[in-house]
Each structure stands twice: as C-alpha cells, then as structure tokens.
Design a protein around this ligand. Structure first.
Ligand SMILES: [Zn+2]
Ligand SMILES: [Zn+2]
Length: 135
C-alpha cells in the first residue's frame, strides 16, 4: 500500500509505502498518554519506505529508560505521527489518525498489551489479544 499523512495543522507531512508489517491496537500505558486514553491504532510500514515530505517532526525519547521508544510528532499542534520501537526494528509505526485516509487501515489484526487495559478499552470480536507483545 501507499499512504500519505500528516498532522492536524498541516506543518508536517509524510508518505510511506510497502506491505503492512503490523496492524494493531496497543493498550500499553504509554500509548494511553499519547492517544488521550484509548488504545493506539498503529500501521507498521517499512522504515526505509517512510519519509517526511513537508516539515520535520519533533522527536521525544525518554532518557530514564534503557530502550526508549522514539516518538515523532508535530511540534506545533502535537499530533502523534509515528514511533520507532527497539522491539520492532526497521518498522515505522504510523498512528493511523494521521493518515489522510484512515480507512486504508481496515481493522487491526491484534490487540497488544491487554495487561495495561481498562474497562473503557474495547476490542472488536475476533481480534487476537495478547497480554503483552506477541511472541
Ligand atoms: Zn501540526
Ligand atoms: Zn503501546
């Protein structure tokens, strides 16, 4: 698939293509901060096929963790765009809310980090659930 996306204010834009390497919803506590409380819907595409075409994202990495996730977001409007996780090398983890057409995502294949989920987190029937990361 080939996708384009960007942030709410339009300052940062990207494009990416390739086969989906991951289609999931993550319920980890960290993602709850990023989404505002819900699960994070993520489309993983090859990092080599992901590039920014307008502006540059702000980047945040916690320095108190051994293997922090790198979070890329718009420094002006705050929209989360992608993250890069040490557990998923070579994958750009795109937040599907930033896609121009979020419908290309379809449905998630799996729901992960269910151990961190709360009663207000809903998983569609038939979606595989994992207490933490799969495997
Ligand atoms: Zn923005
Ligand atoms: Zn997460």
């Amino acid at each position: 698939m080939k996708v384009q996306g960007g942030c709410y204010c339009g300052a940062v834009r990207y494009e990416a293509e390739g086969d989906a390497l991951f289609k999931g919803q993550c319920h980890c506590r960290e993602c709850q901060y990023i989404t505002g409380g819900g699960g994070n819907l993520i489309l993983g595409l090859p990092e080599t096929e992901f590039k920014y075409i307008k502006g540059e994202p702000a980047i945040y990495r916690r320095d108190d963790l051994d293997e922090p996730v790198t979070r890329e977001f718009c420094g002006k409007c705050g929209t989360p765009l992608t993250s890069r996780a040490p557990a998923a090398p070579g994958v750009a983890l795109i937040k599907i809310g930033s896609l121009d057409d979020p419908a290309v995502f379809g449905k998630p294949d799996m729901a992960i980090y269910m151990d961190d989920s709360y009663a207000h987190h809903v998983v569609d029937e038939g979606v595989m659930q994992f207490p933490k990361a799969p495997g």
